[in-house]
Design a protein. Structure first.
Length: 540
């Protein structure tokens, strides 16, 4: 057995193996991203804001009103920070205003950077190459929730990991590094610029640097802490102030109900155990809603808080005994990871305790603590921590540490195999599968065809219908505004415009009325379960 283990170590330590594993991880991630890509709802508004920004109208939402379909009204977008929209805009311009290709390229770029950043973190903490490659091989197939539910979270997590890497670089250097400090500050700033959740959390990094610098009497660490804290304080305050001035509110919470809701915490996502065995994967094997899955979920919640509690007790005892003095860079990583995990959890718990549940889709009530993608950074830090435990094994040569590491790595295997199976299935079915974004692209193309076919010279164009999900996609793709008041389109004769306007109405097909549609006024055609109507609105 030792000879086999030694041979595996030699193979995994080869540079050619590194290249092969990195390439495999990148290809697997690209395949997954192509399958999961979808603007969903959050991304839809952010992409619209990006398009308006690229057109010179600021990071804003746009619409037209029934009284004038030809005049676009722009309102500052405050439901989400402007970061994702700003980052996406150059890709949108580069790829000829095709938001789908632009979004995919940005997502892929961020995913590739995340792969290399995780490797850099492991290497800067002196993790052997064979373990670094094993980490990339196992987690490269992991279907993280921030990829599964496509969103800007993946990009924010990537920037946060970059910030952690540069923070470790600051700690490891013997003198002040302006480049590393600027890089860490910039990445943390972008985290807050992309995601409201990270605005309070980013301050954990400069706070830790300050504590470490004071404990070690290190001028260069204290200097980096002061610069990063002041920079983040000014920039984060600037973002929120700008949001307040332009949009009337510094942040945004869609659910208006406020109070005290301790019952919401029953749904908290067990982020640390779920980093190994994902709750969604369990639901694929055990029927959702069953007693068994309820017991498993509650057990995972208990385990999650037990891990946090024991980690907290351990750190408190260690800090009370030695403070932050002379802790290693690897220790610093574990401290930072713990504080960030607690910080994210505290913010989400505070929101769920004070904000009522929101009906995000009909019949489903949602609260912040249950959203798995919000814990994406915790998941990645947990995976990195598993492999960094090797440092303690190397120091103590304890069988206990060895068995713990092996056990935790084995726990990663089910999700890795799940990811491999999923990825291989996508390759096998590449010619027969049609992804959700491809179906939407076809609908958008069909809408473009309807516009080109029915648009008269000099006419403006607007789109409406009862599916805002489709309306915004068609509007963004065809660069036309959306009429939000779909009810007003029931009688197009009552609509008005200062300039002649073609109104495209898109509604879901009702099978029981199929035979009536072609005889209805304005009917232009049908595609993939949607009926298209066109009306020419004249000034009156």
């Amino acid at each position: 057995m030792p000879s086999i283990v030694h041979t595996i170590k030699i193979i995994l330590s080869d540079k050619r193996t590194s290249i092969a594993i990195i390439a495999l991880a990148i290809v697997a991630r690209i395949i997954q991203l192509f399958f999961f890509y979808n603007m969903n709802v959050d991304g839809m508004y952010q992409v619209m804001a990006m398009q308006n920004f690229a057109d010179g109208h600021g990071v804003s939402a746009s619409m037209v009103l029934p009284a004038d379909l030809s005049t676009i009204v722009y309102e500052p977008l405050i439901k989400w920070p402007p970061g994702y929209s700003l980052l996406l805009s150059p890709f949108y311009i580069l790829f000829d205003h095709n938001y789908i290709i632009a979004s995919l390229v940005l997502d892929i770029l961020a995913a590739v950077v995340l792969i290399f950043t995780c490797r850099k973190i492991l290497r800067i903490l002196d993790t052997p190459l064979y373990l670094t490659n094993l980490f990339t091989l196992l987690t490269g197939f992991f279907i993280y929730f921030f990829y599964f539910i496509n969103s800007s979270d993946a990009i924010a997590v990537t920037f946060f990991l970059l910030a952690i890497y540069f923070t470790l670089l600051i700690l490891k250097k013997d003198s002040f590094s302006l480049k590393a400090t600027i890089a860490a500050c910039s990445c943390l700033f972008l985290c807050g610029l992309i995601k409201y959740l990270f605005i309070p959390v980013v301050f954990i990094i400069p706070a830790f640097l300050l504590l470490k610098g004071v404990a070690d009497k290190s001028k260069h660490i204290k200097r980096a802490a002061a610069i990063s804290f002041v920079f983040l304080l000014i920039t984060m305050a600037g973002i929120l102030t700008w949001q307040k001035i332009t949009g009337g509110s510094a942040t945004y919470i869609s659910e208006p109900t406020r109070g005290f809701f301790p019952g919401n915490l029953n749904q908290i996502h067990p982020a640390i155990p779920a980093s190994f065995i994902d709750t969604y994967s369990i639901s694929l094997v055990i029927p959702p809603g069953s007693l068994v899955i309820s017991i498993i979920f509650r057990s995972m919640q208990v385990l999650h808080f037990a891990i946090l509690f024991f980690a907290f007790v351990y750190l408190v005892r260690r800090i009370l005994k030695n403070g932050f003095k002379k802790i290693t860079t690897t220790d610093s990583f574990f401290y930072i990871s713990f504080f960030l995990s607690v910080g994210i959890t505290v913010v989400l718990v505070a929101l769920s305790l004070t904000v009522g549940k929101e009906e995000n889709i009909p019949g489903h009530w949602w609260t912040y603590v249950e959203e798995p993608r919000y814990y994406g950074l915790v998941n990645v830090l947990t995976h990195l921590s598993v492999f960094l435990l090797y440092q303690y094994y190397r120091i103590h040569r304890s069988k206990k540490f060895r068995y713990i590491i092996i056990g935790l790595v084995v726990l990663l295997l089910p999700e890795t195999f799940h990811g491999i199976h999923f990825t291989v299935k996508r390759i096998v079915n590449v010619k027969t599968e049609k992804y959700s974004w491809q179906k939407e692209w076809e609908i958008q193309d069909y809408a473009e065809l309807m516009i080109k076919k029915h648009k008269r010279p000099g006419e403006q164009v607007a789109v409406t219908g009862y599916s805002y999900y489709i309306n915004y996609r068609v509007g963004i793709y065809n660069h036309v505004p959306v009429l939000l008041d779909a009810e007003s389109s029931k009688d197009p004769s009552k609509l008005n415009a200062k300039k002649p306007t073609l109104l495209l109405i898109i509604n879901e097909t009702k099978p029981e009325e199929d035979d009536l549609y072609e005889s209805r006024p304005g009917y232009a055609g049908s595609w993939e379960g949607f009926d298209f109507y066109v009306f020419h609105v004249q000034p009156h």
